[in-house]
Write a protein that binds this ligand. Structure first.
Ligand code: BGC
Length: 734
């Protein structure tokens, strides 16, 4: 396997020789935890009883295994170069934990494993924009399989921070602004990863919704508001995906570090949600021993490199000796880690080098983009392009001759072929700026073999406009690189790209803009271009997917998982202090919008964003029949018939929203994606999530549905809904 060190190969071989991971339902009497028919909790308990105190301490911390470790910190022997490593305990058959980033593929870059490569999935918002849990599951299963075949058994995946801040540099790792959609999509992706016998995290718990000041800032928000928004997204995704680990975040929440936050970890996660897995810290997120442990943190990640000291060694031993931490809590930490290892099948299915079906994996990436690209504008039927009839196409900008842009930071995946445009700044963290080698230009040439498809880089605006003027249609690629640890100071496109689009559109109104970006961008030229296709960071085989979407081989069926602001003044926090540098403030006030994130903010304030949540065009037309509701014991079900009245096959997303009495905003309560041939119709039944009818009551730690009449809407987006149907609900607590 490329990219594996000799040491790690030996470690894996040795581990196999020593019997680590040998599957057996009939475990020898000396290793009763090896009985795979026992529940994970029981197995963890049996194994815990055999561990020495030192072995317990070994399991509650990981080591950084990046080659860029400081010189005085030797590389952990046996580790695959990656984000984290917990050494094995061979005498008991406990495998090492080999932890790799992240949710968009097995992260690797020159920083991590030079020469290694993996299949890059499109950005998180693409997965969410598919509104298709099966797409998310397949993506998760693909990256899980790849991780496993590279020797990893933990993926630091499952990014689910809600989009309170459109400028957040990590929006491309997440799943948009809505707790239900994000919860379902991320939960399914996690389920996919773990089906490959790889533990997935869910992260970053919680309210790490901006990168500016991420390691100092305190997110201020009321309990009810956070339970109904960011924490609801986690709750739903954890229910669905049952991730083995939760990664606590860098920031503080209401004044307490997330990784020593008793409310988040003990009270909500472990008490209210009965979460049985373990909490691992983000890299550099630990600030104490006793406080963190007593608040619910179970494992310190790479503390020897990222924390001021390794808290979960000598300081924790001292805290134990002084009685500040109990032995039973230490045992609980270890039991949780082992439990997740058993639950994901790490003992029976050891991760080891295996061949990877790269063709099949690239197809998963391509299909994800085909399901999640969003057609934002299409005037006068400019799209789909009639590939057979086209004589000339101008392809312009964003290195579309070489590849497609990726987001930066720990999630960065290096595809086969490496960086298609090396050397762009920043080349160091959170860079490198990476273009995956799936060039749209080549794919558009293949799409229209009879046409003259010519490329202009776009640096020379006059030349680009001249090429557009000579062509039947111009496809302009624009990009905005975003990365972990930095937010965008504003929504603008960099490098004079607005002027480029303006000039091209002036030269040829048949201009299609393809956006490669991490979050919403300003489009001052929007009214003057013919079509806009949003592909975010589009991942593996993106060129082919883009050509398939532009030519209509595939109908665009993505719908926005986020609201697209018209301008910053529409946001709850128009300013993002220190995004462009300087000292960030001590706090960020998420109480302004509270639980009303995104479309709920816009609706409650009567503001029309540029594009609403749930919006996206198609090449065909759909008709939604009348909405019917059924209620059984407080559970409401919506039924609607969707019909494809156009001439092309396509997919529609039926979206159901609830308006609770007295509220101005509606809440997404269910959805279903329906694939329909021309003329076909289908009745879809969607159970509505009960917690979306409810409010969270901090006094009882539970949900309350107030008795009354609830308006339920169904339609094509949060702003395009049919007539409401009312449902009468009795008061209920759960
Ligand atoms: C990021 C995490 C990541 C970790 C390990 C941190 O900087 O916030 O998302 O998993 O590094 O690379």
């Amino acid at each position: 396997m490329m990219g594996m060190t000799a040491a790690s190969r030996c470690a894996i071989a040795m581990a196999l020789c020593m019997g680590i991971g040998v599957a057996s339902a009939q475990a020898p009497a000396s290793r009763p935890w090896g009985d795979a028919t026992l529940p994970p909790d029981a197995r963890a308990g049996l194994l815990l009883a055999r561990l020495t105190q030192d072995e317990k301490f070994q399991l509650i911390r990981s080591y950084y295994a990046g080659p860029d470790r400081p010189a005085d910190k030797p590389f952990p022997r046996g580790a695959i170069a990656s984000a984290g490593y917990v050494p094995p305990i061979p005498r008991l058959g406990i495998p090492a934990l080999e932890e790799s980033d992240a949710g968009l593929g097995v992260a690797s870059s020159d920083r991590m494993r030079p020469g290694d490569h993996a299949t890059p999935l499109p950005a998180g918002p693409v997965m969410a924009a598919s509104w298709d849990p099966q797409v998310a599951f397949r993506g998760g299963a693909m990256i899980g399989a790849e991780a496993h075949a590279k020797g990893f058994n933990v993926l630091l995946a499952g990014g689910i921070n809600l989009m309170r801040e459109p400028r957040n540099g990590r929006n491309f790792e997440y799943a948009g602004e809505d707790p239900l959609l994000a919860g379902r999509i991320v939960g399914e992706a996690i389920r996919g990863v773990q089906g490959a016998h790889v533990i997935s995290t869910i992260k970053h718990y919680a309210l790490n919704d901006q990168e500016t000041g991420r390691s100092t800032i305190s997110a201020q928000i009321g309990e009810q508001a956070m339970r109904e928004s960011d924490l609801l997204a986690f709750e739903l995704a954890i229910e669905r995906g049952q991730p083995g680990a939760v990664m606590c975040s860098y920031n503080k929440v209401n004044g307490d570090w997330a990784c020593e936050n008793d409310y988040l970890m003990n009270q909500v996660l472990k008490r209210d949600w009965r979460y049985p897995g373990f909490v691992m810290s983000d890299w550099g997120g630990v600030h104490s021993a006793a406080k963190a442990v007593n608040a619910g943190l179970d494992q310190e990640s790479a503390g020897e490199v990222f924390d001021p000291q390794v808290f979960f060694d000598a300081p924790l031993r001292q805290a134990l000796a002084k009685g500040e931490v109990s032995q039973s809590r230490l045992d609980d930490m270890v039991r949780r880690i082992l439990r997740s290892m058993f639950a994901a099948g790490l003992f029976e299915h050891p991760a080891k080098p295996a061949p990877i079906d790269e063709v099949a994996h690239l197809a998963v990436a391509r299909e994800t983009l085909e399901a999640g690209a969003v057609l934002l504008r299409n005037e006068h039927g400019l799209l789909p392009l009639d590939a057979g009839q086209l004589a000339s196409v101008a392809v312009i900008g964003a290195h579309a001759d070489k590849g497609v842009l990726a987001g930066g930071g720990s999630s960065l995946v290096t595809a086969r072929g490496g960086n298609a445009v090396p050397g762009l700044a920043p080349t160091g963290w959170p860079g490198p700026v990476m273009y995956h080698p799936y060039p749209p230009l080549a794919a558009l040439r293949a799409m229209a073999p009879k046409a003259s498809v010519r490329f202009a880089g776009g640096e020379d605006v006059t030349a680009a406009a001249a090429l557009a003027a000579q062509s039947q249609v111009a496809v302009v690629f624009v990009q905005k690189w975003q990365a972990e640890s930095v937010d965008a100071p504003d929504l603008s496109l960099p490098d004079g790209q607005d002027a480029l689009v303006e000039a091209v559109a002036r030269a040829n109104p048949r201009t299609v803009v393809v956006l490669e970006n991490g979050g919403p961008v300003a489009m001052p030229w929007l009214d003057r271009v013919g079509a806009v296709l949003e592909v975010w960071y589009p991942g593996g085989d993106a060129g082919t997917a883009i050509a398939n979407l532009l030519s209509g081989k595939v109908d665009p069926s993505g719908r926005l998982p986020l609201s697209w602001p018209r301008e910053l003044s529409q946001l709850p926090r128009p300013e993002l202090p220190a995004a462009a540098g300087g000292t960030p403030p001590a706090t960020v006030d998420y109480g302004i919008e509270g639980a009303d994130i995104g479309y709920r903010w816009y609706q409650s304030r009567g503001i029309a964003p540029l594009f609403p949540f749930g919006y996206g065009l198609s090449y065909t037309r759909f008709q939604h029949g009348p909405l019917k509701l059924d209620t059984h014991g407080g559970q409401v079900q919506a039924t609607v018939t969707v019909r494809n009245t156009g001439a092309r096959a396509g997919a529609e997303v039926a979206q159901v929203y609830v308006q609770v009495p007295g509220a101005k905003a509606r809440r997404l309560a269910s959805f279903a994606k329906v694939f329909l041939k021309p003329g076909e119709q289908r009745e879809v039944t969607m159970p509505l999530e009960r917690r979306l009818f409810a409010e969270f009551d901090p006094a009882t730690h539970g949900w309350v549905v107030r008795g009354g009449s609830y308006a339920v809407y169904e339609g094509r987006s949060s702003a395009d809904l049919g007539e409401p149907v009312n449902v009468q609900l009795a008061e209920a607590r759960f």
